[in-house]
Design a protein around this ligand. Structure first.
Ligand code: PGA
Length: 254
């Protein structure tokens, strides 16, 4: 499938995998996807496994991502991890504002924008997540919610920083539920988000920025989703925890 932008498919392992399990999984993923050049492949293990996973994927086509980071550089912030610490493990990407963090850690758009700036200052590429709740969709507020999140989370980014940012549209009602947005629903939301990036930055950046879809992506729905003109990849949760299901998504997207 020839796309305008190179696809980026990332596995978000969430709070799963011990170090030993992470090494097994990524070793397998690396072998199984060694010949893939058409897609940027990213794995995002928990912090504790970053060091070992980083060693396994050295000199491979797999890149490393983290699931979160602090907006601060260092200091008295118990339990937090700074961008500079991620860089030590050759982390390239960092997921910011995942809906689980928005929900359980009460992360705001303002905080997410500060994290995004801190990520860029450390040359990490943020993957910024946005997405509406089921109640928002049912009350016809999807675009309003997306607009607030996109404007708030990207606030203060320069054009150059925006070009190095990936967005992820993840309707909250589709995450871990087995209920995927239809390809048409995904395309509509992605086109809306791209339009907003055009308004907030400029048309060239809007054309270049990659927008991933996330929410119950599997091998069986990947092809249809990825064939939508404004869908430039996937952020995969559950199906990234096994080699076969993650590899199927990538192979079916090419
Ligand atoms: P899921 O999660 O693929 O398990 O629905 C996606 C995500 O939370 O990024």
């Amino acid at each position: 499938m020839q796309k305008e932008r190179k696809l980026i498919i990332a596995g978000n392992w969430k709070m799963n995998k011990t170090v030993a399990e992470a090494i097994d999984l990524v070793t397998d993923v690396k072998l199984s996807l060694a010949s893939v050049k058409e897609v940027d492949i990213v794995v995002c293990p928990p912090y504790t496994a970053l060091g070992e996973v980083s060693k396994v994927i050295l000199h491979s086509n797999i890149r490393l991502g983290a699931q979160n980071m602090s907006e601060q550089n260092s200091g008295a912030y118990t339990g937090e991890i700074a961008a500079g610490m991620l860089k030590e493990f050759s982390v390239r990407y960092v997921i910011l504002g995942h809906s689980e963090r928005r929900q359980y850690q009460k992360e705001s758009d303002e905080l997410i924008s500060k994290k995004a700036l801190a990520a860029h200052l450390a040359s990490l590429k943020p993957i910024i997540c946005v997405g509406e709740l089921l109640a928002d969709r049912e009350s016809g507020n999807t675009e309003k919610v997306l607009e607030t999140q996109v404007r708030g989370s990207l606030a203060g980014l320069s054009k150059e920083q925006m070009e190095e940012t990936t967005l992820a549209y993840e309707p909250v009602w589709a995450i871990g539920t087995g209920r995927t947005a239809s390809a048409a629903q995904a395309q509509e939301a992605h086109a809306f988000i791209r339009g907003l990036v055009g308004k907030l930055f400029d048309e060239t950046i809007a054309r270049r920025v990659r927008i991933q879809y996330g929410g119950s992506v599997k091998g069986s729905n990947a092809r249809e989703l990825m064939s939508q003109p404004d869908v430039d990849g996937a952020l995969v949760g559950g199906a990234s925890l096994e080699t076969r299901s993650f590899a199927d998504i990538i192979k079916n997207s090419i």
